[in-house]
Write a protein that binds this ligand. Structure first.
Ligand SMILES: [Zn+2]
Length: 65
């Protein structure tokens, strides 16, 4: 029996909304303002941060076999 683990769906879903580390505002994907490839800006307080849903080194990546 192969013991390959597929992508954790719950984890993926949880990462859809980005949360501002400064004011705690939950930002749905439609409202996320990206400043560059890896950072988003909170529409509420203007804080720039790296959302957890974006790519992180070593962590499972969608489409990465
Ligand atoms: Zn904020």
């Amino acid at each position: 029996m192969p013991r390959s683990r597929k992508i954790n769906l719950g984890k993926v879903r949880a990462s859809l909304n980005a949360q501002c580390p400064k004011c705690g505002h939950l930002i749905p994907p439609a409202e996320v303002k990206r400043v560059d490839l890896e950072r988003a800006q909170c529409p509420k307080c203007g804080e720039k941060f790296q959302p957890g849903g974006f790519r992180q080194d070593g962590v499972n990546q969608v489409g990465n076999a």
